[in-house]
Design a protein around this ligand. Structure first.
Ligand SMILES: Nc1ncnc2c1ncn2[C@@H]1O[C@H](COP(=O)(O)OP(=O)(O)OP(=O)(O)O)[C@@H](O)[C@H]1O
Ligand SMILES: [Mg+2]
Length: 357
């Protein structure tokens, strides 16, 4: 096991710059998830870690050794891809032991390592099968087994679950997490699925356009997103955004473009009249009896899910999603009065997207 240090790492393909100086510190044993929209540079960064892409600037270290010019084979990492690329003409057992065979590992040790991985992954009954005789989830497990037997310093995963159906994805997500709790191998995991990121990571790195937007624990990022991008990326359904401005006569009042006025419970002196965007997560609204300082919104859809009720609401030109635990009697077209719960207000500069509180 080892730490991984990515310092001012850059990547260009000819004139096109796809990573602009990325800094990430990964501790020994940590499970780090790189998340971000398609094309933001997640796979490129992972491939640079693996040594499959050259590094155009900056450094990547594993442990205290700079890896920039170390060939992939000598980096002591194991990578699992989206298409697991098992060898079709080899059995499960041979697929798993192949890398050990190449390394010239003695038969006894090989058997012991494969046996261990097989037990961890529950593949005992499938050892003699060929890849085409396996389900997607089983193939996925064999691909992980191949990585485990190598006992690497670092695991790299690039969207390993995206070929699986929704149910299997949830199951495998938990299995990979358990695997990490057991082996404690430093792991870098790429996904564009924010739920995967939230549920699996010790630390999430949110990327956009070849740069890092924010790094933190899942709940750090959920509770204190640094900007509108991170705020909108994490959470499902996503955070509600209401545009407006800080009142000119009261630095703790927010006037929405839809004509409501809300108490922010915190003053923003000097920002009077400034265009800002209020962010409130669906679960952080309270329904009020008609009152002056509330946001007025009209119900357009009611979705009872049993555990909670989702309300889709219109406020001026904006749409809100509100989730409530109670089951009040409501009808479509009804007007509601909402207020953000205390300590659940996120305020952003509309022009820059940066967090203000
Ligand atoms: N060999 C290449 N030559 C030129 N541009 C490339 C090459 N490989 C990747 N890119 C570009 O680099 C950028 C980052 O690509 P990358 O594959 O890292 O994205 P990603 O975040 O993994 O996206 P996805 O979620 O779709 O897998 C993209 O704009 C892509 O077009
Ligand atoms: Mg990718």
């Amino acid at each position: 096991m080892a730490s991984v240090t990515i310092t001012n790492t850059q990547k260009s393909y000819g004139a096109a710059k796809v990573l602009h100086g990325v800094d990430i510190d990964i501790e020994d044993g940590e499970f780090v998830v790189l998340v971000g929209p398609s094309g933001c540079g997640k796979s490129t960064l992972l491939r640079m870690l693996a040594g499959l892409e050259s590094i155009s600037g900056g450094t990547i270290s594993i442990g205290d050794k700079v890896m920039n010019d170390v060939p992939p084979k000598q980096r002591d990492i194991a990578m699992v891809f989206q298409n697991y690329a098992l060898y079709p003409h080899m059995t499960v057992e041979d697929n798993m032991s192949f890398s050990l065979k190449l390394k010239g590992v003695p038969a006894e040790e090989k058997k012991q390592k494969v046996g261990q991985a097989v037990a961890i992954l529950g593949l005992e009954n499938l050892l003699g099968r060929y890849p085409k005789e396996l389900s997607g989830g089983q193939r996925q497990r064999v691909a992980m087994g191949r990585a485990i037997v190598r006992d690497p310093q670092v695991f790299l995963f690039d969207e390993p679950l995206s070929n699986l159906d929704a149910k299997l994805r949830v199951q495998m997500r938990a299995e990979i997490k358990q695997l990490h709790q057991r082996l404690r191998t430093t792991t870098v995991y790429v996904t564009h699925d924010q739920i995967e990121a939230m549920t699996m990571a010790d630390k999430i790195v949110v990327m956009r356009d070849g740069g890092v937007e924010q790094i933190g624990t899942p709940l750090d990022l959920y509770d204190n997103p640094a900007n509108l991008f991170v705020a909108s990326f994490l959470g499902s359904p996503g955070m509600n955004f209401v545009t407006g401005k800080i009142s000119t006569d009261d630095a703790s009042a927010f006037e929405t473009n839809g004509g409501s006025r809300i108490d922010l419970k915190e003053a923003f002196p000097g920002l009077n009249g400034k265009p800002v965007t209020l962010g409130v997560r669906p679960e952080n609204w309270t329904l009020l009896p008609s009152s002056e300082r509330s946001l007025e919104a009209t119900i357009s859809v009611i979705e009872p899910t049993g555990a909670e009720t989702m309300l889709l609401l219109g406020h001026g030109k904006e749409q809100l999603t509100v989730s409530i635990k109670q089951r009040p009697r409501l009808v479509v077209g009804e007007q509601l009065h909402l207020a953000p719960q205390p300590n659940s207000i996120h305020l952003f500069d509309t022009a820059t997207g940066r967090r203000l509180n």
